[in-house]
Ligand binder design. Structure first.
Ligand code: 5GP
Length: 195
């Protein structure tokens, strides 16, 4: 998506450890009219899928999931990071390794908000190695629901998570795929759009 690529080139900052900071419009300050355009693009990409729920993970997936939900007219459920002590029994539980924080989080979704009748679009802000999305897929699987698709704003293609999920057969669309980025020069290369 050209609009997102241009925004990344203008405002993104490459940090050490292959981390891209986009906190001026997505991850800290949120440019709501801008990300609303990303939400509309997800609607175009998944127009043919019978989606009745969007699933994401707190915290940084919530904003983009909400604007997408406006376009689909469906609710958002966000997986919560939790500590064992306040664990409710009626939850789906999984563990997700956080790329940016180098730690494993316990993650839950209440059974009240996801079940076997749900046709889910999973949304996240970033895709790197795929741990966050694999955890969310696991939660939908536990609920007996269907993963209709996966929508990601920024995929770091060179970290391989996206290609792994595509090889597993998931209907994954990323709005911008970075194939190469270099902290020293600030240069970012995007994968050319197919189709
Ligand atoms: P994965 O689980 O695919 O390895 O990493 C995806 C998760 O880590 C996303 O939910 C996102 O919050 C975070 N993440 C991974 N890479 C980056 C990055 O380069 N920048 C930012 N801001 N978050 C990232």
């Amino acid at each position: 998506m050209k609009l997102l690529e241009e925004k990344i080139l203008k405002d993104g900052v490459i940090k050490s450890g292959n981390v891209l900071k986009v906190d001026s419009f997505l991850n800290h300050q949120i440019d709501v009219p801008f990300i609303a355009e990303l939400g509309k693009e997800f609607k175009r990409q998944f127009a043919d899928c019978p989606i009745n729920k969007i699933l994401t993970i707190e915290a940084s997936g919530i904003g983009i999931a909400c604007v997408a939900a406006m376009s689909f007219g469906v609710p958002v459920v966000f997986a919560k990071k939790t500590t064992g002590s306040n664990m409710d029994k009626d939850v789906y539980f999984t563990q997700i390794y956080s790329y940016t924080h180098s730690k494993t989080n316990d993650v839950v979704v209440s059974k009240r908000f996801l079940n076997k009748n749900d046709h889910v679009l999973i949304i996240d802000d970033f895709l790197a190695n795929g741990c966050a999305l694999e955890g969310l897929i696991d939660i939908v699987r536990q609920a007996g629901g269907t993963v209709e698709g996966i929508g990601v704003a920024i995929e770091k293609g060179f970290q391989g998570g996206g290609d792994k999920l595509r090889a597993m057969g998931f209907n994954l669309h990323s709005l911008a795929i970075i194939d190469k980025m270099d902290a020293a020069s600030g240069v970012i290369h995007f994968r050319q759009e197919q189709e």
